[in-house]
Design a protein around this ligand. Structure first.
Ligand SMILES: [Zn+2]
Length: 262
């Protein structure tokens, strides 16, 4: 690993143990439906990837959090080589930033990146929704409605982290139903990066998706109204971006606070 971010000398185990307790990664998190299509093996690298990914998505590891190698090695009982490989994959997927001599941190998207991510997401989801409107079977629509019912239940329980997860899953489910695995794969990356942005701008677990709009999109798909579904999805994503970027700009002290964590 030529661009490994931290020295390879082993740290004393007692120090690693102390830091492992501070690193809020669940070694065996619940599986994310629909997400991580290419990381769902049983091998240890996939397991670590999923654990860090899930912790970032559920905002247990906020943007800017340091991810030192030693506690990760200890948490998962693996070598530094394995942890580095996983961190590099997470960096490749823009979940983690690797900086020489400074180690790995949870990525902090810039304002410019945020605008680019949302622009790309609107283009992707417009294509996805149009394909779903053309291709969705009655069974697909039934599954989508079941998904919406699950969202409603979780909302009524005020279970915000679960709701944030389900809101993302709704978008990924649509991507699956498009029947185009490439569009799905790109959306997994984009939605992950959007979740990082939400984590920067919202209190933990807060989901910016409007449940009613999710329902409206499904109803338009069910009617075969592709243009209507695409238009509503576009509005839904623009509202999400505006909500994050204008209504609730991240205060400077919050960002500093986030960057100081870990
Ligand atoms: Zn949504």
């Amino acid at each position: 690993m030529p661009n490994a971010a931290a020295p390879s000398r082993k740290k004393p185990p007692r120090r690693a143990a102390a830091r492992a307790a501070d690193l809020d990664v669940d070694p065996q998190p619940p599986r994310a439906a629909g997400a991580l299509a290419d990381a769902e093996g049983d091998d240890v690298e996939a397991r670590i990837y999923r654990a860090v990914f899930e912790s970032v998505m559920s905002q247990r590891l906020p943007p800017g959090t340091k991810l030192p190698e030693a506690p990760l090695c200890e948490l998962f009982g693996v070598s530094r080589a394995v942890v580095r490989k996983v961190l590099q994959k997470l960096a490749h997927d823009h979940i983690v930033q690797l900086r020489p001599n400074r180690g790995a941190t949870v990525a902090v998207p810039t304002r410019e990146e945020t605008q680019q991510i949302f622009e790309a997401r609107r283009a992707l989801e417009a294509a996805i929704v149009r394909l779903v409107a053309e291709r969705a079977t009655p069974a697909d629509l039934k599954a989508l409605r079941a998904q919406l019912q699950a969202e409603t239940k979780v909302m009524h329980r005020h279970d915000q982290p679960a709701w944030a997860r389900l809101a993302s899953t709704y978008h990924l489910r649509l991507a699956e139903l498009s029947g185009n695995p490439i569009l799905h794969r790109y959306l997994v990356e984009i939605v992950s990066r959007c979740s990082l942005i939400v984590a920067l701008h919202q209190p933990p677990g807060n989901a910016a998706c409007e449940h009613d709009e999710h329902e409206g999109i499904v109803e338009r798909i069910a009617r075969g109204d592709a243009d209507g579904a695409v238009a509503l999805m576009d509005r839904h994503l623009r509202d999400l971006e505006r909500h994050l970027m204008l209504d609730k700009p991240a205060p400077r002290k919050d960002l500093a606070h986030l960057l100081g964590l870990g």
